[in-house]
Design a protein around this ligand. Structure first.
Ligand SMILES: [Zn+2]
Length: 235
């Protein structure tokens, strides 16, 4: 391989390495999806604790109801036992029974409202759970895909770097230094092929004399317009 051809090969592999590095850096590691998953979990958790609060209140009301019914039964039992004949006392007991009846009604109404609420919350939780599971699956699938791509790109990059190292060892040391300096100044492209008589990098026409010189000697010839090293493929 000629010295210029080696530089050109080096350029190709460096361009490939830059492309692979950019592709690796651009891979989405799932940050956005992970945020959505966490949000879905948080929303579901809130709904579950609301449900638990509702269910706990319902249990309290059930106990309250039992106690109220128990009290009413007892007062009614006394009232109709015939043991008490004092009208004042009987009236007071009658009022107690009525008050307990109103209390019972109030509790039962609250329980009914709460049961509807709990039913609604259960339905909402089923929906949130399904959404959250869909988000979880979405993230899992994304991460699987991400890992596959990342492994493939990393393997490709490692191979390209090994190839690059071998080429750099083959290159003329003086040419290589010049190549590196030019590459850092020229946006990563130090060597460009000539297509017909046009510079592939800047698309300007390369003078015939320069082309001929580049064909005839294995030295560095640069594009007069963009300053890059010219590689003229054999026709
Ligand atoms: Zn050029």
């Amino acid at each position: 391989m000629t010295r210029i051809r080696t530089l050109y090969e080096l350029q190709l592999i460096d361009t490939q390495i830059a492309r692979l590095e950019a592709a690796l850096a651009a891979l989405d590691d799932g940050t956005t999806l992970r945020g959505r998953v966490q949000q879905a979990h948080a929303v579901e958790e809130t709904a579950r604790s609301d449900l638990q609060a509702g269910q706990a209140r319902l249990r309290d009301l059930e106990l309250e109801l039992q106690s109220t019914v128990g009290k009413a039964t007892k007062v009614e039992g006394d009232l109709y036992s015939g043991r008490i004949s004092n009208p004042k006392e009987l009236r007071a007991m009658q009022e107690d029974v009525e008050a307990l009846g109103r209390q019972r009604q109030r509790i039962e109404e609250e329980m009914l409202t709460l049961m509807e609420e709990v039913e609604r919350q259960l339905e909402q939780i089923r929906r949130l759970e399904a959404e959250r599971q869909a988000r979880d699956r979405e993230l899992d699938e994304h991460l699987e895909d991400y890992t596959t791509r990342q492994r493939a790109l990393t393997a490709e990059l490692e191979a390209a770097r090994r190839h690059r190292e071998a080429l750099a060892a083959e290159a003329d040391p003086g040419f290589l230094r010049r190549y590196e300096r030019l590459r850092s100044r020229k946006d990563g492209v130090a060597v460009t092929a000539v297509n017909g008589s046009v510079c592939n990098a800047c698309h300007m026409t390369v003078p015939e004399a320069v082309l001929n010189a580049a064909r005839e000697s294995d030295d560095v010839h640069t594009c007069e317009d963009c300053g890059r090293i010219l590689y003229v493929p054999n026709e």
